[in-house]
Design a protein around this ligand. Structure first.
Ligand code: C2E
Ligand code: CA
Ligand code: CA
Length: 542
């Protein structure tokens, strides 16, 4: 079998039987193997193989017994050698000829090349390329949650500028050494360039990552004896969690970067978890809202409403969302996104049912209590809104006249026949409507008279604008007085919202306002809070 021509290209030729017992090794093959394993040639080929590659060989043989080839490692003690193995059957004797090419040089070259392409030359840490590859792999594998922490050294520029790049490099190497000591087995520490590092935390929520990062803060805070005068550094860190803070690599990195800047601005050397602020709302929040609805993160609070004798007569139900990672997110932030994501009909219906069930409980203590529930224009646009509301009324058995739906001017402005029919049908059943944020839209008398509205809510902006001065009639006070008079002239009640001071209260009372809502008399509170107010009022009356 060992023809001279073959021997020149092949490193070894072996003949093995079906059990891989070796029956023959070519002479050049013996020489080649002896450099590698000495003279003690094993009886069985498997003994030459890296244990991890035995399966690959057996599989290849099984898949195509006629002839196959595969890359496997030969191993002897600590030395291993990559070979390309080509097998041809000798059917007559039920044996196989294995032709072996040493490919270790080529293999290590490509491994070295790949390593260089994916690692940072200075610190040896994975670089941006490998980081991205890893994140994308984790996403593809469905490993969630995981966190991306972006670390930016504080004070590094000073070291670099004052002591030169060599010192700077030494500090970076020392930093990477300190950081890699602290990471878990499944985690990844990469260097993005400059003094920026990224730590990927496998299987962690942002809060868990945040507490793990405390050790990193401490590690970097230790003096650097690599730099003169025991330089002190710090590190500003931003954390973003997959998938709630970003559904792909670039968004996660961007949001971790945003959070890192918050750390810098807040005084450096700290960890900030990405949160939603108005400037950095992004669409991954939709996923969080979706999960939040399923996980019961939404709930309602109730802001009390009082008559002008300060008697508690009702409340407005306000939606709340406390997300595990984002913390408390205000309705002004999440409702537009919920609407945009097409989730408002669902969430709105939930809020209405939840509130009406609560109203039923309030009625056991205070039968006249009136609850206002906000309705988004998007909900009115739905086909079965009126039916849905009536169903909730039936389900809870509340008296319809104790429910007020707060709608905005825009609901009415853009109203189509469908909306008007729904309004009329609900009004017939005894439910009342109130115009929210009155005065901020394009109020038109015509819809106030035409549609079944029972009250208006003067927007907080007008109440605030009236100022503190009780005496003296300012244009804003004139405006509020005019709104109240107008409403009364067409038999609408008036609620003033955002009342924060006694002066505002006194003015509104004098102007004939019917109900008051605001921090002066009561902030939004839990249902239990409302019940305590009932109890306090009862105690006072007794
Ligand atoms: P809104 O309907 O105008 O609700 C009144 C807002 O003013 C509430 O803010 C309330 O907490 C706040 N507020 C009340 N009194 C005072 C005060 O004296 N001073 C100050 N500074 N603020 C006061 P919140 O809870 O953040 O709600 C914001 C908006 O979110 C609501 O404005 C409403 O448009 C919307 N919203 C809340 N819950 C729901 C809901 O269940 N469904 C719908 N569709 N929208 C909701
Ligand atoms: Ca409202
Ligand atoms: Ca309002």
């Amino acid at each position: 079998m060992s023809s001279p021509t073959l021997d020149r290209v092949l490193d070894a030729v072996l003949r093995v039987d079906a059990n891989f017992d070796i029956h023959f090794v070519s002479e050049p093959g013996q020489r080649w193997l002896s450099r590698f394993i000495g003279n003690a040639l094993p009886k069985n080929f498997i003994q030459l193989l890296h244990p991890d590659d035995v399966g690959a060989l057996r599989q290849s043989l099984q898949a195509s017994p006629d002839s196959f080839h595969c890359d496997v490692r030969l191993i002897h003690e600590d030395t291993e050698c990559w070979v390309n193995l080509r097998s041809y059957p000798l059917a007559a004797v039920r044996q196989f000829v294995f032709c072996i090419f040493d490919i270790s040089k080529w293999k290590t070259d490509t491994t070295a090349l790949r390593h260089a392409a994916e690692h940072d030359a200075l610190t040896g840490l994975p670089n941006r390329t490998l980081l991205q590859k890893t994140v994308e792999q984790w996403i593809a594998d469905g490993n969630e949650p995981f966190c991306v922490a972006l670390l930016d050294l504080d004070g590094f520029k000073k070291v670099n500028d004052s002591y030169g790049h060599t010192m700077g490099d030494a500090v970076l190497i020392e930093t990477s050494r300190r950081l890699t000591k602290l990471i878990g087995p499944g985690d990844l520490m990469a260097r993005l360039g400059g003094d920026e590092f990224v730590l990927l935390f496998a299987d962690k929520h942002a809060m868990a990552a945040k507490s793990a990062l405390k050790n990193i803060l401490l590690a970097v805070a230790r003096p650097y004896d690599t730099a003169p005068h025991n330089a002190y550094l710090g590190v500003s860190i931003g954390v973003a969690e997959y998938p709630i803070h970003g559904e792909d690599y670039s968004l996660l990195l961007k949001n971790a970067d945003t959070a890192m800047y918050y750390s810098k601005n807040a005084g450096k050397n700290r960890v900030t978890v990405f949160t939603l602020t108005e400037e950095n709302v992004d669409f991954s929040i939709k996923a969080a809202i979706h999960n939040g609805i399923q996980d019961g993160e939404f709930f309602m609070e109730y802001q009390p409403q009082y008559d002008m004798h300060r008697k508690l007569v009702g409340a407005e139900a306000l939606m709340r969302w406390t997300n595990r990672t984002l913390g408390r997110v205000g309705p002004n932030q999440f409702i537009p996104i919920v609407e945009d994501a097409g989730l408002m009909p669902f969430l709105g219906k939930w809020a209405l049912r939840y509130s009406c069930h609560q109203l039923k409980k309030f009625h056991a203590l205070e039968p006249d209590f009136v609850l206002s529930v906000n309705v988004s224009p998007v909900q009115f646009g739905g086909d079965h809104f009126d039916e849905e509301v009536l169903e909730v009324i039936r389900e809870t058995g509340i008296e319809p006249s104790k429910l007020i739906l707060e709608i905005t001017e825009s609901t009415l402005m853009n109203s189509q026949e469908k909306t008007e029919r729904a309004l009329a049908r609900l009004r017939e059943s005894g439910i009342r409507f109130s115009i929210d944020d009155f005065g901020t839209g394009f109020s038109s008398l015509s819809y106030l008279t035409r549609l079944p509205v029972s009250s208006i809510k003067i927007d907080k902006a007008f109440v605030t604008a009236m100022g503190e001065e009780l005496s003296g009639i300012t244009p804003d006070k004139k405006l509020v007085t005019a709104m109240i008079d107008l409403a009364h002239s067409i038999e609408l009640k008036v609620v003033a919202e955002g009342v924060e001071t006694e002066a505002q209260f006194d003015f509104l009372k004098a102007a004939g306002c019917n109900l008051i809502q605001g921090y002066l008399l009561g902030r939004p509170m839990s249902a239990d809070g409302i019940v305590r107010q009932f109890e306090a009022a009862a105690a006072l009356a007794a």
